[in-house]
Design a protein around this ligand. Sequence first.
Ligand SMILES: [Zn+2]
Length: 132
Amino acid sequence: MRHYTKQDIKAVREALTNRLNSLTEHIRSGLSESEQHQFTAILGRGAGDSSDEALAISLGDLSAARLDLDIRQWQELKAAEQRLDAPGFGECAECGTAIPVARLMANPAACRCIACQTAFEHSHAGQARGSL
Ligand SMILES: [Zn+2]
């Protein structure tokens, strides 16, 4: 079942590719930032004793946690890219209606319509925020 025209798919693909590119750039700069600023700043302070090493490692972990979200988004976009040509692309995972093209362009990895997404976020609001 097709819900979109070729132009729709093309527009969504372009939006997806743009996001993927900027996300890739962001992850790359985040990685070099963590290497250059955090590790060299700490290790370059003098003879690194064991507590400095521990600090460097925990800062590295912090940076990885921050990048984790970007990497997960990147994976979602990659998955959406794979689905783009499949017949069921853009169908809401909950109710099966076609997600509007405008929503897909704003968020190409969207897998729910706005009504279902809102309901989902309400029922998962507590868990999503985690321990912070
Ligand atoms: Zn829905």
